[in-house]
Design a binder for this molecule. Sequence first.
Ligand code: NFE
Length: 504
Amino acid sequence: MATKTIDPLTRIEGHLAVKVDVDDNVVSDAWSAGEMFRGFELIMRGRDPMDAQQITQRICGLCPVSHGVASIYAQDDAYGLEVPGNGWRLRNLVQAGNYLQDHISHFYLLSAPDFVDLARLGAYEGDDPKLSMLRDWLRSQDPSPGLIQAAPLLPRYDADYLSEPEFADPVLRHYVTAFDIRILGHKMTALIAGKQPHTPALVPGGITLRPDVKILTAYATMLDKIRRFVDTAMIEDLLTIARRFPQQFNEGRSYGDYLVFGAFIDDEVTGGRYFPAGAWIDGRLEPLDLGAITEDLRFSMFDSTSGLAPLQSDLSPAPDKDGAYSWIKAPRYLGRPMEVGPNARLVVGYHQGHPDIKRLVDWFMGETGMHLDQFNSSLGRHAARVLETKLIADRTVNWLRGVRLGAAEPVCARFDVPREAVGVGLTEAPRGALGHWLEIRGHKVHRYECVVPTTWNCSPRDDQGRRGPMEQALIDTWMADPDQPIEAARVVRAYDPCLACSVH
Ligand code: NFE
């Protein structure tokens, strides 16, 4: 048996170390370790609650909007606010821009190099101007003929890549285009919310923007470009990869239990959120029960009491704690490790009979021959992310059309910060279920707690010794050469981990 450590694992956000035991080229055990402490929940204590959405957005540069939204939802709840239609629609537009940017970035910039060998661009002989430009730039970094072996393409592993030019070249071309397209998502968010990242416009009760025709038209134009890219490039590239690597629908299998908090307020769908809340657990659909959430700490570097609900446990960092190997906590639902993210949203929505999700997922299963259970796989996670990019891009048109113009249209409810209150804000970040819990005493934040997507997915073992979802997904991964751990890296990247968020 050999033990291999991938540290740091690249093309993810933040500092993640993955350790695997490999027996006869097969992973027999795995550990996922978040490598830093941040302490945002301690920073929050004693602050004005109105600072919460600004401070917690600094947890992350990738999904700041999600933290901002969770925070203002928690305050809406604590202050008893009813958000006007323009308020929730404009918030959706802010969140949608961030999702589109984030999913496109992940699929192309972070994940495509696992399937298409970018290093081969050094030998590109076609006449596509963007690919030629990239080739010339790469060759200026590494003038040796053939494969480029220079940053940013390192570490590069020898693997079974998509290499036939008729399939690989379109993906590479879209990889280059994606750099420009993702910026549109950023701009859409900034247009409504003032700037991005770390938007100032998200406030309890609604949003600060009074929309006008110019802003909404500019948003619509950019959204239209993204929708065209998703329809003509991203979905096509997903099909290319799915047909070329069908075995990836069987790799990276985890427990198959999913948790969704629900996202995007929408008054035209049952349940009031476009992505509905719920749990898929042990092969059954269950309504979301917040009381079922606890946080285990036996293998996490905290000295605090294990197994308590959010807001109940203390937060005492203990870097030298015996047996602990991660700064990530181990959240559990009914005591079980739960996977969160795009595949959780699609599976829970599908089982609830969500018409858009059912139509798109059925179409994809028909095109590729994969079945619903295979969303529990590495390629299933990528597929779910791409499919929901289309769902969000298309649905955003409705939210945009629903915004009412005119000075008399409120965008925000009035409120006072109460002396004592408790609030919970639930949403879905691109990487999965995100909750902020807030307790106010004497008009100040007494306690604040975030339970974050990558904390669920990349958690260490819990008090019962059960692995976190991603640790479990690594088990049984076959590695052609354990010194070139591309197969393990593919499993990890399919989760789109964000370590900055997970350790918050
Ligand atoms: Ni930092 Fe985040 C995570 C997402 S939580 S990227 O995990 O998506 O809002």
